[in-house]
Ligand binder design. Structure first.
Ligand SMILES: *Cc1c(COP(=O)(O)O)cnc(C)c1O
Length: 398
């Protein structure tokens, strides 16, 4: 059997060095748990980076993938295929949006939404193309999304980058108003900022941006790549705030783990004409069968409701842990995405000690960790995870 050390050696020999990985080689997952090649079990509070919303190796999704793999994996988009249409139907029927385009990742979904907004500007707003996004946002790694993302350190290396974006403070309506010109066609924001630090805006802000877009003939784009499919405690993040966007983008939680993305738009925003956009793999039968099974599972089993309930419990328990540990300066979150912030840069120690205790988490900042379990998580699993976290916190060298 190949050992952890041998797999690590292969990685450093063959894989581009772009990520400092945590030390375990994961082999298998089930529900809220994963196992490494040594057989050690972990509660996974990263869930594939907010992806495995319906749990690891969900049997319903596994069955759908296996069936589709034996039936039809890929065709060109010259033809109609059934899983694509079933996925389109379930997402449109359960959202405020009217039409969908399916692609392969979050970055690609945002890329498509940005192109749609620019086409809309050409068609309906005198060629306006400028898009306002937020500081601390994260929209993906393609060049256009590097420009859209309001974090300079993602941009510096890759200059010159596409123009046409301005970045304003998040949760600040006046900043959006001040940045608006006749050339502004859209505002693109996350309903809750994920990578930016689990930042939860006020309802008034999102409502205010909605009204401002209406008053100025601009589109409101919600990047729901991380918040979509139940993460915030509602099927889509916008429902948690009662604010309907013109366009949303989805990816992470959409496919039950397979790579898939999508953007959906209201009819009024559907400015594309045939040939304006496309994808070879986008809407592929295999990924769509997985995404349809996952989405149907999430809806039929009221997984967003579980995320809301369990999120409240997780938040309560984390606040209790905060009150027992003076070095925890903040606990914030919503649904099943939570951040815990420290008064110093102890994240590496907390993560290492928690890993040892059997809990996987996201090292979000040198002084903050992020917890985003599968949305099927139970109260007992949260209790178990938090007792492992407490062990991790106690054992981290401070
Ligand atoms: C992860 C993420 C993206 C990028 O998605 P990829 O699938 O990695 O391209 C875009 N927007 C948000 C809000 C994300 O969390």
């Amino acid at each position: 059997m190949t050992s952890t050390a041998e797999w690590k050696e292969l990685e450093s020999k063959y894989y581009m060095f772009l990520v400092r990985r945590q030390p375990m080689v994961l082999e298998r997952g089930e529900g809220a748990r994963v196992w490494d090649v040594e057989g050690k079990e972990y509660l996974d509070f990263t869930s594939g980076w907010a992806v495995n919303n319906a749990g690891h190796s969900n049997p319903v999704i596994a069955e759908a993938i296996a069936e589709q793999a034996k039936t039809l994996v890929q065709t060109s988009n010259q033809f109609y295929t059934i899983p694509q249409l079933k996925l389109a139907e379930i997402l449109v029927e359960n959202s405020c949006l009217d039409k969908i385009f399916i692609c392969n990742s979050g970055a690609e979904a945002n890329e498509g939404a940005i192109k749609l907004a620019k086409k809309y500007g050409k068609k309906h707003k005198d060629g306006a193309y400028h898009i306002i996004t937020a500081l601390n946002s994260f929209h993906g790694r393609t060049m256009m999304n590097v420009s859209a993302t309001g974090q300079p350190h993602y941009q510096e290396l890759f200059q010159p980058i596409p123009t046409g974006f301005s970045h304003v403070p998040y949760d600040d309506l006046d900043a959006v108003k001040e940045a608006t010109t006749d050339n502004t066609v859209a505002v693109m924001i996350e309903p809750v900022q994920g990578e930016g630090g689990v930042n939860i805006p006020s309802v008034e802000y999102l409502k205010g941006v909605r009204d401002w877009c209406d008053q100025n003939g601009m589109l409101l784009i919600f990047d729901e790549v991380q918040t979509g499919l139940g993460r915030l405690g509602t099927l889509f993040g916008y429902q948690s705030f009662g604010v309907e966007p013109d366009i949303i983008t989805l990816a992470k939680g959409l496919g039950g783990g397979v790579p898939i993305g999508a953007f959906l738009a209201k009819d009024s925003a559907c400015a594309f004409d045939p040939g304006d956009h496309g994808s070879t793999f986008g809407g592929n039968p295999l990924t769509c069968a997985a995404a349809h099974a996952s989405t149907k599972y999430i809806i039929d089993n009221e997984i967003p409701e579980n995320a809301a309930k369990m999120g409240e419990y997780l938040g309560e328990r984390l606040r209790k842990i905060q009150s027992d540990n003076e070095f925890i300066t903040d606990v914030r979150g919503m649904g099943l995405i939570w951040a815990v912030e420290f008064d110093s840069d102890i994240t590496p120690d907390v993560i290492a000690a928690s890993n040892e205790a059997g809990l996987l988490m996201n090292p979000m900042r040198p002084n903050a960790i992020r917890l985003m379990p599968v949305l099927t998580i139970t109260k007992e699993e949260i209790d178990e995870a938090l007792s492992r976290l407490e062990t991790g916190l106690a054992n981290a060298s401070k």
